[in-house]
Write a protein that binds this ligand. Structure first.
Ligand code: PLP
Length: 485
């Protein structure tokens, strides 16, 4: 059974934590020192059952890019589902159902193996958008899925179905693509357990981009080109595809030089290898453009979308070359949920909101404020590096060993200190007894990196307030650390 976490002054939350631990296995979750209980959410904020406000600096693992419970997004979603007029009619009533009308007409929640108008509209809208972006020319068809890992699996199935003699997949080492099937096979490195012999790993430039200060440094692709040549010599035309994340997300937020990704793409083009970009995490603005292939000047054969695509509704997709996606036969990539109307309605609502609200342009001001504030966190002796894309909305803050405390432990302490805010602190230095907002982070990535990824709609004032809270948390840790030394 997993450990039940208990925080002082959180009686309601502690009861829910107890209920969860008693009824769910720990495998369902990743480790977090907070076990935050989120009772309600709106925009960039969550509220605990006790009514304390938390800045959501996770976007629910990079999903709620447009914020939680956006009324404008919800309106669009309801219209596409055919619910809105119904809700208007039910105004003031407790229930939609009446004895005379136990059912209503709207889009079906599931339409397995049938076609819905909303699905076709979502296909056309998404393709038009992506094909209209520089680098989108190869994106001709959409293979829907219900999760990112499932979409990765489908992209790789299609790549392997190209030809029976092409059975080798290249993937970037220490990437994260999911935990199931082929998505797990291309995750991590050759030294992990349970490896698929069809997958060969290639290096990703991590040491060249440990910190934002290295962003503009010259980059030498030569050692990477040699690795690729070596693999080409060994496996020849058996290599069908190369799959990479634009930046290593789960691996610790490493944002590569453009020349690296372009070098990989050139190698693929020269050798008739499919270039697959896993944008499950990076899509919808995280690198500063709608899609990361724009940020890095790429033209992938297949792009994998997920997370933010439905802003909270479970939807993912492979978008790419028709000849490749068509190499799978009837039923080979079908399942209960893919392409259901809710996914299509959510996708349409997301795309429209991004366009109508000019989300990316507005995001830039808050991005600059956050980056400036995050850079100042490097003044703390336990903070090692900051990584992220200029003008984007995702950073990795790496912690290091200091004062006899390990980097992973500092990272966990930072997550907890931000969650608790000042109101639960024992000493009086930071306003004992005064209820203060907290910040919700996930447990550290790669043991010692905290991902900073608020919804893209965070306002400049909210960004600077949140940065201040992080500084208070850092100061409180520094004081505690000094007392221990
Ligand atoms: C780049 C990338 N690919 C794939 C996945 C897997 O997505 P899912 O958890 O929806 O299966 C993730 C999840 O974090 C991811 O970051």
């Amino acid at each position: 059974m997993h450990k039940r976490i208990h925080h002082p002054n959180e009686n309601l939350s502690n009861e829910f934590r107890k209920g969860m631990v008693e009824t769910e296995p720990k495998s369902l979750r990743t480790y977090t020192p907070t076990q935050a209980v989120l009772a309600e959410s709106s925009g960039i904020f969550h509220w605990t059952p006790e009514g304390r406000r938390l800045y959501d600096f996770t976007s629910g693992v990079l999903v709620a890019n447009l914020g939680h419970n956006s009324a404008a997004w919800m309106n669009r979603f309801l219209v596409y589902m055919g619910y809105r007029s119904l809700l208007a009619k039910s105004d003031g009533q407790q229930s939609l159902a009446t004895p005379a009308q136990p059912f209503f007409r709207a889009a079906p929640l599931t339409a397995y193996n049938a076609i819905t108008p909303v699905e076709v509209k979502a296909n056309q809208t998404l393709l038009k958008l992506m094909r209209g972006c520089p680098g989108g020319a190869r994106l001709e068809k959409i293979l829907w899925a219900a999760s990112g890992s499932e979409a990765v699996q489908k992209a790789l199935w299609a790549s392997l179905a190209r030809s029976q003699s092409r059975d080798i997949i290249l993937a970037t080492r220490f990437g994260f693509h999911g935990k199931k099937g082929l998505s797990q096979a291309i995750t991590g490195s050759e030294t992990d357990h349970d490896r698929d012999p069809r997958v060969k790993f290639i290096s990703f430039p991590m040491k060249e981009r440990l910190d934002v200060s290295q962003r503009m440094d010259a980059f030498d692709f030569t050692p990477y080109a040699m690795e690729l040549r070596f693999l080409k010599n060994e496996f020849g035309n058996r290599i069908t595809a190369l799959c990479t994340e634009p930046y290593l997300g789960g691996g610790g937020s490493y944002h590569p030089p453009t020349g690296y990704l372009q070098g990989l793409q050139n190698f693929c083009r020269e050798n008739d290898i499919l270039f697959i970009l896993d944008e499950v995490q990076s899509n919808f603005g995280r690198t500063g453009s709608m899609f990361a292939f724009q940020t890095y000047g790429l033209e992938p054969d297949l792009v994998i979308l997920g997370k933010g695509l439905g802003n909270g509704v479970a939807v993912a997709a492979v978008v790419g070359r028709g000849d490749i996606l068509d190499s799978l036969d009837y039923g080979e990539a079908s399942d209960t949920w893919s392409a259901n109307p809710m996914q299509a309605a959510a996708t349409l609502a997301t795309l429209e909101e991004f366009h109508e609200q000019n989300i990316l342009a507005k995001m830039k001001v808050s991005s600059a404020i956050l980056e400036e504030g995050l850079l100042k966190l490097k003044q703390f002796p336990f903070v090692a590096h900051l990584r992220g894309e200029h003008g984007g909305m995702v950073w990795g803050l790496e912690f290091k060993d200091y004062g006899g405390v390990t980097g992973p432990e500092w990272a966990n302490r930072f997550v907890l200190a931000n969650y608790l805010g000042s109101f639960q602190r024992k000493d009086s230095d930071f306003g004992k007894g005064q209820i203060q907002d907290g910040i919700h982070f996930l447990g550290p990535l790669a043991k010692k990196v905290i991902r900073i990824s608020p919804p893209l709609i965070i306002k400049p004032q909210e960004a600077s307030d949140a940065v201040q809270l992080m500084h208070l948390a850092g100061q409180s840790l520094a004081i505690d650390g000094a007392k221990q030394c």
